[in-house]
Design a protein around this ligand. Structure first.
Ligand SMILES: N[C@@H](CCC(=O)N[C@@H](CS)C(=O)NCC(=O)O)C(=O)O
Length: 277
C-alpha cells in the first residue's frame, strides 16, 4: 500500500526539497519516528507500506535486507540515522554538540529499552568464573536460548560449543525478547522478567524528562521526544499494557507530543496498525 502525504513544509525551501519514500511495514514500530518527523516538519513523503507476503521478494533487492528510506531514488537504511538526518534539518537535533550528543544517547537508550540490554548491567556473562561483557555477541546467542534472569542453564547451543562448562548467564529481559518468544512457558517467564526490567528504564527516562522541564533534552522538543512517543504504541503492544501509565512526566510528554497539531493530524489520518502475531 502506498500513501502519499503532502503538507506545508517548514524545513526546506521548495526548490531544494528531495523526494522521500519511506519503505517500511504496515505497522508503527521503527517506521513511526520517521513518519512523525516528516509530519512534524511538513515534509511530503511517500509512505510505502510493504505487504508482509511480498517481503521475501523485496528483501533481496534491498542493500541490507531491512526496511529503508529512499531519498531522490537513493536508498539508505538504519532508522535512527535517518531520524537524525531529518532532525538536523528541522532544528530538532540540539542547539550545540553536547545537546546533540545527549539527544543521540537518549534515542539509543530508548532503543535499548526496545531491543537490546539495559545499560549499567555489565558484566553480563560469567563463564567458569570469568566475566564477559561483549553484550552484542552474548545477545546473539541468548536471544535463541530460553534463558531468563538470572539463570544457571546450558542451552543446546552452548552445549555444542563447550560441552561440560556450567554457565551463569545474567540476561536482562527486555520488551522485544519477551514479545518474540514462541515457547509459551518461556514467554511467560520472560514477561515476568520484562516487567521487572522495563521499569529500570522508565524510572530513569521519567526522571530525565522531569529534570529537563518536560522534555528529554534542553527543555524543548527534540528528536528524542518524537522517537519515544512514536515508539510507544509499539512498546505498549509488545508489553500488553500502557507502559507509561505510572510515569507522570512521560505521560505528560506523550500528551504534549500527541497534541502538536501536525502530529495530531498524522495520528488521525494514519492507517491503523494491525500487528502480526
Ligand atoms: N537497526 C535497524 C533495524 C532494522 C530492522 O530490524 N528492521 C526490521 C523491521 S522492524 C526489518 O526490516 N525486518 C525484516 C527482515 O529483517 O527481514 C534500524 O533501526 O533500521
Amino acid at each position: 500500500m502506498t500513501i502519499k502525504t503532502k503538507i506545508i513544509n517548514k524545513c526546506f525551501s521548495f526548490s531544494n526539497m528531495p523526494s522521500y519514500k519511506l519503505i517500511y511495514f504496515p505497522i508503527t514500530a521503527l517506521g513511526e519516528p520517521i513518519r512523525f518527523l516528516f509530519s512534524y516538519a511538513g515534509i511530503e513523503f511517500v509512505d510505502e507500506r510493504i505487504d508482509l507476503n511480498d517481503w521475501p521478494k523485496i528483501k533481496p533487492n534491498i542493500p541490507f535486507g531491512k526496511a529503508v528510506l529512499e531519498v531522490d531514488g537513493k536508498t539508505i537504511d538504519q532508522s535512527v540515522a535517518v531520524g537524525r538526518y531529518l532532525a538536523k534539518q528541522c532544528g530538532l537535533a540540539g542547539k550545540n554538540d553536547w545537546e546533540s550528543l545527549t539527544i543521540d544517547a537518549t534515542v539509543d537508550t530508548i532503543h535499548d529499552l526496545r531491543a537490546t540490554m539495559p545499560f549499567g548491567k555489565v558484566p553480563m556473562l560469567e563463564v567458569d568464573g570469568k566475566k564477559i561483557d561483549q553484550s552484542v555477541a552474548i545477545f546473539a546467542i541468548t536471544w535463541r536460548s530460553n534463558v531468563v534472569l538470572p539463570a544457571k542453564t546450558i542451552g543446546s547451543l552452548w552445549k555444542s560449543m563447550r560441552p561440560l562448562t556450567p554457565y551463569t548467564i545474567y540476561v536482562p529481559v527486555n520488551i522485544a525478547r519477551f514479545h518474540y518468544e514462541s515457547n509459551e512457558q518461556a514467554k511467560e517467564e520472560k514477561l515476568k522478567a520484562a516487567k521487572e526490567t522495563v521499569p529500570y528504564y522508565l524510572e530513569r527516562l521519567d526522571a530525565q524528562v522531569k529534570k529537563n522541564g518536560g522534555y528529554f533534552v534542553g527543555s524543548t522538543l527534540t528528536l528524542a521526544d518524537l522517537t519515544f512517543v512514536a515508539l510507544l504504541d509499539y512498546l505498549n503492544h509488545m508489553m500488553k499494557e500502557d507502559i507509561v501509565e505510572k510515569y507522570e512526566n512521560l505521560k505528560q510528554l506523550q500528551k504534549k507530543v500527541e497534541e502538536l497539531p501536525a502530529i495530531k493530524s498524522w495520528i488521525e489520518k494514519r492507517p491503523p496498525t494491525i500487528y502480526p502475531n
